[in-house]
Design a protein around this ligand. Structure first.
Ligand SMILES: [Zn+2]
Length: 296
């Protein structure tokens, strides 16, 4: 049945030493779920982002091996609504870096850093920290929000709207209360950004996109662990750095920049990146940088 955790032990905090030793010998991959505590409409639990990332990581680890670390809920940025926590950028960038260091120290070779919270500041910090870390270490870090491996399905990230509602509904139905959305479609939804969940969200859409994300992250894990040469690693870091520059440029541009984030070129870039086509990603990314620098 979908959504059922099969009982394979993958949670770091629940493993015995001999169990983690065995997993690391077989598949030295750590999944690091990141999220936040943030208003997600009246109908989703406040921890949505981290819970979403954690549940996805559990499914990838069950399918492909590796260990899942406890989720990190402390993050940068967030909606200006009640119950939202926001931390300092330097503090959280240092935290990301320190987590990567510790994961390498205990013996992992690859980290999949999945952030369910994907405001630009959070994504920028996670990607830049991963680049800074990889320059001086041997562990590979793949930092990404879950939608970057699912944009061909039309998922480009939203906030408590069609996609996030569907995903949590499929993963943890008890943390979604659609009755709080009301039935009057004229009524605006506070702090919901994207397609109207009252019309478009469903458990089925959630299941479909989660299955897709899990499959793609399994492929990514396999490629990172078995098919990434030292030269690939350098190109990967270069492409990620370009992406961080693009995100910084978009932040500087304000609302106009969001059109670039939702545009075709950016989509092509992230598809190249996560399919391991680094030369193409670098080329596409450099095109995006030029676009950011060229005023209309
Ligand atoms: Zn969210």
């Amino acid at each position: 049945m979908f959504g059922e955790i099969l009982g394979k032990k993958v949670r770091y905090e629940e493993l015995f030493p001999h169990e983690i030793e065995e997993i690391i010998r077989d598949k030295p991959v750590i999944y690091l779920p990141f999220g936040t505590l943030e208003w997600h409409g009246l109908h989703l639990a406040l921890g949505n982002d981290a819970i979403k990332a954690y549940e996805i990581c559990l499914r990838v680890a069950e399918k492909s091996g590796g260990v899942v670390a406890p989720a990190t809920y402390w993050a940068i940025g967030g909606m200006p609504h009640p119950w939202t926590t926001r931390f300092d950028e330097v503090l959280i960038s240092d935290l990301f870096f320190a987590i990567f260091e510790q994961m390498e120290h205990v013996g992992f070779k690859v980290a999949i850093a999945l952030t369910g919270h994907y405001g630009l500041e959070q994504m920028y910090a996670l990607k830049r920290s991963a680049c800074d870390f990889m320059y001086r270490s041997s562990m590979l870090v793949a930092p990404l929000p879950e939608y970057e491996v699912a944009c061909e399905k039309g998922y480009r990230g939203d906030h408590a709207a069609k996609w996030e509602t569907s995903i949590l509904w499929s993963l943890r139905p008890e943390l979604v209360d659609v009755s709080k959305l009301g039935v009057n479609l004229e009524e605006p939804l506070e702090g919901v950004m994207g397609e109207d969940p009252r019309v478009y969200a469903s458990v089925e859409i959630g299941r479909d996109i989660v299955n897709h994300i899990v499959d793609r992250l399994s492929e990514l894990t396999h490629r990172m662990l078995n098919k990434t040469s030292p030269l690939d690693k350098l190109k990967f870091i270069r492409a990620l750095n370009i992406q961080a520059d693009v995100l910084a440029g978009i932040m500087n541009m304000g609302s106009e920049g969001y059109a670039i984030l939702g545009g075709r070129e950016y989509e092509t870039f992230i598809q190249h990146l996560w399919m391991g086509r680094y030369d193409e990603a670098i080329k596409e990314g450099e095109g995006l940088i030029l676009k950011l620098k060229t005023p209309k």
